[in-house]
Ligand binder design. Structure first.
Ligand SMILES: NC(=O)c1ccc[n+]([C@@H]2O[C@H](COP(=O)([O-])OP(=O)(O)OC[C@H]3O[C@@H](n4cnc5c(N)ncnc54)[C@H](O)[C@@H]3O)[C@@H](O)[C@H]2O)c1
Length: 363
């Protein structure tokens, strides 16, 4: 199946390079609202540059990889579905719950697949944690913590203003990694109770491109909440652009028999660490699975194989829509001062098999 990339910005190299690892990713064309960006990437990676309209109209292209900015995700994904293409999108799936629902309905009506990043949970670090859980090393998962705490991107990002505008912020930029990792390990979320806030009304850009510019803050920059999972686990989660330093592990899962430290869900590798009541120290765990280096695009590769094998793809649409719903429920809970029952659900994505060689997602 030939693939066309729409959005030739920072992250597209990861997908072009991914096609060297995963032979099923046959990238034939690329497009961008900035024609010069598409032409440059086409020359670099020896594919055909097209306009977005031409790419969507090309009958040879069976799947679009949507690497545009978040506020363009829903529009590009819907246009591609309506042009008869499968779509794999960067995260988040969309900005609003309504857009997420429309994408689900359109994909169903048109009998097409939609997949969505993050795919970091298919990396060796996260897959090993999933295996430890599924093999019973922790016993019954009862609780957990997830912390993504930093002071925002205005010191280093060349265009930091949008991070503080609607549809962005720490939850929609980084939350997908953390919530997806938790749902991959524990299953879907039943309820969320949260309070959100913002410590600053405006930020000052420190990057050289916009040095000294005032950036109005339109959205929460600190989210503090508890997620109740359908399996009964209660996870405390804090996602923030208001913190200079902290000492928490990214994710910890507490089971009835043991605790697990989960590596950074925004990476493919890392070392999971386990400690049960008889161990004096945390014990580093060997990785059961490969793909512990940056392998962004594995989710798209898995989707191509899944379409060919007629099996569910791991970075699935109901998973992405559930993640979007859970992320929105934090602010909804804060505004309404009530816990939010999560209406969407999803299956846990199937774990990757053991013993894959590089480039494989199925045995
Ligand atoms: N940069 C990263 O390290 C990174 C990592 C993981 C995920 N992501 C995700 O990848 C996506 C893209 O991020 P990025 O950093 O590459 O952004 P970017 O701004 O560098 O690139 C986005 C590209 O999309 C193009 N574009 C925007 N609207 C368009 C439209 N309507 N039609 C066609 N092209 C359009 C822009 O011209 C730009 O070239 C985001 O969803 C982001 O969350 C980025």
């Amino acid at each position: 199946m030939k693939i066309g990339i729409i959005g030739c910005g920072s992250i597209c190299n990861a997908y072009f390079n991914g096609s060297k690892i995963f032979p099923m990713l046959e990238i034939a064309a690329c497009a961008d609202i900035r024609q010069d960006a598409a032409v440059a990437k086409a020359a670099e990676f020896k594919v055909t540059a097209m306009s977005v309209e031409k790419l969507l109209a090309d009958p040879e292209i069976g799947m679009v990889i949507n690497l545009t900015i978040p506020k363009a995700h829903a529009e590009i994904t819907l246009n591609a579905l309506n042009a008869g293409k499968h779509v794999y999108s960067e995260k988040p799936l969309a900005i609003t719950r309504e857009e997420g629902r429309l994408i689900q309905e359109t994909a169903k009506t048109r009998k097409l697949r939609v997949g969505c990043a993050p795919d970091t949970f298919l990396g060796g670090g996260q897959q090993t944690c999933r295996k430890l859980l599924d093999d019973g090393w922790l016993g019954r998962p009862v609780a957990g913590t997830a912390f993504m705490l930093c002071h925002g991107p205005e010191r280093w990002h060349p265009n930091p203003a949008f991070f503080y505008q609607k549809g962005a912020g720490p939850m929609f930029d980084m939350g997908p990694y953390y919530v997806t990792s938790l749902v991959h390990m524990l299953g879907p979320v039943r309820r969320v109770a949260a309070i959100t806030g913002a410590s600053l009304k405006e930020r000052i850009a420190e990057c050289k491109e916009h040095y000294g510019e005032r950036l109005p803050v339109e959205i929460p920059t600190h989210y503090s909440g508890t997620l109740e999972f359908h399996n009964g686990a209660l996870v405390t989660m804090v996602i923030s652009f208001d913190v200079w330093a902290h000492g928490h592990a990214p994710i910890e899962i507490y089971g009835s028999n043991a605790s697990l430290q989960v590596p950074d869900p925004n990476s493919f590798g890392g070392v999971p660490r386990l400690k049960n009541r008889d161990m004096k120290e945390w014990q580093d765990q060997c990785l059961s699975h490969g793909y512990s280096e940056n392998t962004r695009s594995i989710g798209a590769a898995d989707m191509v194989c899944a379409i060919q094998a007629n099996r569910p793809h791991r970075c699935g649409l109901s998973l992405a829509n559930h993640i979007l719903d859970v992320m929105h429920s934090f602010e909804e809970s804060s505004v309404t001062r009530q816990a939010v029952e999560i209406k969407t659900t999803c299956d846990r994505p199937a774990p990757l098999p053991l013993g894959l060689i590089p480039g494989q997602v199925d045995l």
